[in-house]
Design a protein around this ligand. Structure first.
Ligand SMILES: NC(=O)c1ccc[n+]([C@@H]2O[C@H](COP(=O)([O-])OP(=O)(O)OC[C@H]3O[C@@H](n4cnc5c(N)ncnc54)[C@H](O)[C@@H]3O)[C@@H](O)[C@H]2O)c1
Length: 295
């Protein structure tokens, strides 16, 4: 199949890689050429690691990379695509504008997926008119190469055929699926992870413990694979802030972002992608401190 991925940030490169590893031809577009370049570098590193572990089958890293072509525009990426996955910044207006352009360029039968973590699929699809039946939430997790779930989300207009196609596509990528049949902000996963991380940030602000100890407590005491604060840095604090703002509108005050989170984002401390978030990171990605977000 031909897959277009729109947005090459934290998630887009990984989704492109997963699709290419499954044998699909991928075209990847980002408005920021630097992000597209960085995505390719990250893909190479990941593919070399996977190859070293014998997890690429008969493919060499270059075979997979050769299946991912950069595109110069949304129209070029979507031309002749069977599946289009949008994974741009978590802002409704931006996603709607991107889908206007996708709808103009993609073939009539193409399946549309949005990787939003919590926005309304129905609202994103409202710009598609009758074509909203072919849009489905296709929520991958970070990093897409390792995380096993794709959470599918039906908007009000999403057809059963679209859900079935998305399930088949995701399973073809080697993923498990769940279907969120009610288009409720935050779906099944993001509203839980958002509130857990928020509680951790509140504990930091209240001085209950250091970020490192809070993360350690949840890892070792509650069996979280990663502490919520380190995971927030990994996923991007700006993305998290956008998500909380939308969840607050949808579900109320309990999702209100903390002042510290707003300050971190205002200061450009967005997590691993900028070298500093709750924690500070070295050039090799190693954590350099115990986390001092108020400092
Ligand atoms: N980061 C995560 O852990 C995670 C997990 C699951 C889902 N998501 C969702 O995935 C989406 C992307 O998140 P991310 O973390 O990759 O964000 P990111 O900020 O790392 O990347 C977003 C990319 O979109 C690009 N972009 C912005 N406007 C564009 C446009 N009009 N056309 C093409 N590209 C454009 C930006 O240049 C940037 O490279 C969001 O909807 C987010 O909620 C993120």
């Amino acid at each position: 199949m031909r897959v277009a991925v729109i947005g090459a940030g934290t998630m887009g490169g990984g989704i492109a890689q997963v699709a290419a590893m499954a044998g699909h031809g991928v075209r990847l577009f980002d408005t920021d050429p630097a992000r597209a370049g960085a995505a390719r570098t990250a893909m190479r590193g990941s593919l070399e690691k996977l190859h070293g572990k014998g997890r690429l089958g008969d493919d060499l890293p270059d075979d997979v990379l050769d299946r991912v072509a950069p595109a110069g525009s949304i129209a070029a990426a979507c031309d002749a695509a069977d599946v289009v996955i949008e994974t741009v910044v978590e802002l409704i207006e931006v996603k709607q504008e991107v889908f206007r352009q996708i709808a103009e360029a993609a073939p009539a039968g193409a399946l549309f997926g949005t990787n939003t973590s919590q926005l309304s699929i129905t609202r994103i699809g409202s710009v598609l008119g009758d074509g909203a039946d072919r849009l489905v939430g296709m929520h991958f997790f970070n990093p897409p190469v390792l995380m096993r779930l794709v959470e599918l989300v039906a908007g009000l207009g999403t057809s059963e055929e679209t859900i079935a196609r998305a399930e088949a596509f995701a399973r073809g990528l080697g993923k498990e699926t769940v279907v969120c049949r009610k288009d409720s902000p935050g779906f099944m996963t993001s509203r839980v992870s958002a509130i857990v991380r928020l509680e951790c940030l509140k504990m930091v602000e209240e001085g209950v413990g250091s970020p490192a100890d809070i993360d350690k407590a949840l890892r070792l005491g509650l069996n979280f694979p990663m502490g919520p604060l380190e995971l927030g840095d990994f996923n991007g604090l700006d993305t998290y802030l956008h998500a909380l703002e939308a969840l607050e509108v949808a579900h109320g005050e309990r999702f209100r972002p903390t002042v510290t989170l707003r300050n971190l984002v205002a200061a450009g401390r967005l997590g691993r992608k900028t070298g500093r978030g709750v924690y500070r990171y070295g050039p090799d990605g190693a954590k350099l401190d115990d986390g001092t977000p108020a400092g």
